[in-house]
Design a binder for this molecule. Sequence first.
Ligand code: ZN
Length: 297
Amino acid sequence: MDAIQRIHHISAIAGDPNENLKFYRDVLGLRLIKQTVNFDDPGVYHLYFSDHHVTPGTVITFFPWTNKNYGRKGSGQVGRIAFRIPKGSMDHWKGHLTAHNIQLESTYLFRKETLEFDDIHGLEFALVEGETAAESHDILGFHGSVLLSADPEGTKEMLTAIMGLGQLERDGENYHFETQGPEKHHMITPISPQPAGRFGIGTVHHIAWSVPDVETLKKWQSALQNKGFGVTVVKDRNYFNSIYMGEKGNIVFEFATDGPGFDIDESLESLGTTLQLPEQYEQKRQEYETRLPKLDL
Ligand code: ZN
């Protein structure tokens, strides 16, 4: 099997869906490309955002909870998520986020200037400039993320020996890795494990890695099983097929196919404008439409 080329998507738990929508659409400038329900908990929305062209490697998704169950960040979770912006656009973003009263901190987390901030519900975020300039300042997609592992050596082994990521030189506190695809997603694992996290609002639920097709997905499924990992059956997520597993550091890894894609149930132009339900929930549409908060589209 070829090495993992890039992140497929990252899925996090948010609070109020309209606050989530306003932050990612109006502040970060991403496009809402799908409103559906959590297939495993259909009383909750599943909102997908990406760049305007729905480019692979740009998709971030949210389960917006309407309760107040905030999570605790810690090991067994994906930590800070970094998005990549065009070269030369950092000052623009500093001004833009400051105008929205977002507190910023410049660090060197990703081994270049890293603009750290939290989203509206406390999810840890960052912007990092890429290598090339662009006509607009728009977010280009993921730059990478932190992986808060309960077993940093086990996670390192998983990423490098099994998934084929390249290992970069470590710094004092972190291992650094990058995916093999042209996106070069930069993954960071702190060397000292932290106390265990707890899922809830403001935390990441899982990270998904891109695989080309179902045939390759099944190969990953048996390869991971042969290495002793518990792996789920292949799940039909409508827009892609997936398997899920817990890596040694307790982080939920998903492997997801590139296709069939987000235009399977609505046209590319109208993505995200209406609630889309998988076949098994279609007969309950009226119930969901009544119960789910109306989105300010
Ligand atoms: Zn997922």
